[in-house]
Design a protein around this ligand. Structure first.
Ligand code: ATP
Ligand code: MG
Length: 257
């Protein structure tokens, strides 16, 4: 059994500019013979906030699941801090400092907020107090409601619990699948704000978003996924102003204020 968490519980490990995640030309899919991702690549350097946008069914969630060992990678490779992590199981990835918040069913509804957070720390229960302090500093509303069952929370509140649970291990890298999905505009703004705060605390973050414009506004670099491959990449600003990206993926909403 693993009793230690990531080598450093602090999310600030790593040198500025160091390559943290490197996805190199992966092919991946769920069913034999059916590739969802083909020759798909992505990098995230230390402290970067990376956005992934693209149409429904493009393979955005599949890419995050492939990084987190939940979808079989058939070709290509995935490295974490230079180590090959291709097809490593999720529990191993958690102990290496990778956190994942899936698109749906991302809290345990019958457990309290506190119990959900403790589940996030199951591989390293010693750091509970310190991690709770960090997480509740980012999500202060949660600290007042630790005894409430997660199933009784609103969608936005659940999203906060799910992100907090992933943060309990002190991840170096956080994979977020649509943190603003299904939220009211005010709650969406809050979700983006929290993601930015988490990233600014030193956690390299890779976020998939439907809300493409907001995502590109806050991310350092973005990827447009189309039919299972990285079709366009650039800084958030470059993509927001790229006529091809606007025409195909952002519509008139893509024009900057
Ligand atoms: N568990 C699964 N088994 C088989 N096929 C799947 C599975 N999950 C997703 N797919 C297929 O993989 C393709 C890509 O799905 P994925 O969920 O990665 O897209 P997405 O870009 O995240 O879309 P959305 O914006 O709707 O969330 C789709 O054609 C989908 O039907
Ligand atoms: Mg998805």
């Amino acid at each position: 059994m693993t009793t230690t968490g990531p080598e450093a519980a602090s999310p600030t490990t790593g040198r500025a500019g160091e390559l943290v995640v490197e996805v190199r030309g992966i092919t991946a899919g769920y069913l034999p013979g059916v590739d969802i991702l083909t020759d798909c690549s992505l990098t995230a350097s230390q402290g970067e906030l990376i956005g992934i946008i693209g149409p429904n069914g493009a393979g955005k969630s599949t890419l995050l699941k492939a990084i987190f060992g939940l979808v079989k990678v058939r070709a290509g490779s995935i490295n974490l801090y230079g180590d090959d992590i291709t097809n490593l199981k999720a529990n191993k990835l958690v102990s290496k400092g990778v956190g994942f918040v899936p698109q749906t069913n991302n809290v345990f509804p019958t457990l309290t907020i506190q119990e959900n957070l403790e589940m996030g720390l199951f591989q390293n229960p010693k750091g509970l107090k310190e991690r709770l302090e960090f997480v509740t500093s980012i999500f202060p509303d949660l600290s007042k409601r630790l005894g409430q069952r997660a199933g009784s929370l609103s969608g936005g509140e659940r999203q906060m619990v799910a992100m907090s649970r992933a943060l309990m291990m002190g991840p170096h890298v956080l994979l977020l699948d649509e943190p603003s999905a299904g939220l009211s505009p005010v709650r969406q703004d809050e979700a983006f704000l929290r993601v930015k705060e988490i990233n600014q605390a030193g956690v390299t973050t890779i976020m998939v978003e439907q809300n493409a414009r907001r995502c590109l506004q806050i991310c350092d670099r973005g990827y447009v996924l189309d039919q299972g491959t990285d079709a366009y990449t650039g800084t958030g600003r470059e993509l927001l102003n790229d006529p091809k990206v606007i025409g195909l993926y952002l519509g008139t909403l893509g024009q900057e204020d």
